[in-house]
Ligand binder design. Sequence first.
Ligand SMILES: NC(=O)C1=CN([C@@H]2O[C@H](COP(=O)(O)OP(=O)(O)OC[C@H]3O[C@@H](n4cnc5c(N)ncnc54)[C@H](O)[C@@H]3O)[C@@H](O)[C@H]2O)C=CC1
Ligand SMILES: O=C(O)C(=O)Cc1ccc(O)cc1
Length: 298
Amino acid sequence: MINKLTIIGLGLMGGSLAKALKAQGAVVEVVGTGRRTESLDRGLQLGVIDSYTLDMAEAVAGADVVVIATPTLIAEKVMAELAPLMTPNMVVTDVASVKGNIQRAAEQIFGQVPPNFVLGHPIAGSEQSGVEASAVDLFLDHRVILTPLANTSDSALSLIKAMWEACGAEVVCMDVAEHDAVLAATSHLPHVLAYTLVDALAQNGAAADIFKFAAGGFRDFTRIASSDPTMWHDIALANRDAILQGIDAFSSHLDLVRKAIADGDGDTIFASFDRAKHARDEHFLGQYLTREKKPPSS
Ligand SMILES: NC(=O)C1=CN([C@@H]2O[C@H](COP(=O)(O)OP(=O)(O)OC[C@H]3O[C@@H](n4cnc5c(N)ncnc54)[C@H](O)[C@@H]3O)[C@@H](O)[C@H]2O)C=CC1
Ligand SMILES: O=C(O)C(=O)Cc1ccc(O)cc1
């Protein structure tokens, strides 16, 4: 049970966490803080938080857990503001999508990441943002990755693990660099591709027709291009090296498919598409299709 939870940056993630913990009776009091009153007022009206203050010192005083839930690059600045206010009894965590930059920023600010600072990332969300989009079940049956360091306190880690488990999430621990590489491939690269595809098409003179005649596949593929550009701008800059590696590996693969299309090399095209279908079906549909891997016509 958390007595006082303070959320810095009350949006989709912070709001959903507060709703889930309240629904489970896992928190007594939730206090919000931020730069502007708009989302905090709305959070108060919706019953997501019990009170708010723009004064961070007041917001975190006596808190058992402080969650930094702002956009990724802002989280670095928030940490600097929070540093002089941290006490040994307080556990601080974050929800940012990249962990390496948070670790480096904490090391610059504190010398080393404090034992009572547990870096975290819920792998759940949507293309929507803001406290109005927050949902009590956002984390239910989703994973939360924590990236504890050698000096992270066991009790702080247990508290944050229990907090996410109370929301119905499965907690897994991972190394910071591994987290950033995995998320670059599975989340950051797809967002870069979706944004870039829509942007490239939207700049085409015939954009209106392209969107008008787009089928469901286009909508599925590009849903995430409706995500908040500020959030993804921050992620692109914060996870630069891993995202660049992902773009380069993807570009080489796209070049192979491009060449196969240009050469009329149906076997290569089919083999690539078939491998992709098997990989995706096996993972998401739990099916392994055993049909022969060759073009239907050959
Ligand atoms: N949206 C998603 O699907 C997911 C987001 N994340 C990460 O969670 C973090 C928050 O994302 P969301 O909740 O989606 O964003 P959001 O935009 O819904 O909420 C962010 C909140 O931070 C506030 N804020 C901005 N600047 C601030 C400052 N200087 N001081 C205090 N508050 C400030 C905003 O007013 C807003 O209320 C980001 O780091 C994001 O990468 C992680 C997993 C999923
Ligand atoms: O909208 C979607 O499908 C997402 O991919 C949500 C998401 C966005 C950012 C994260 O760091 C984790 C999950």
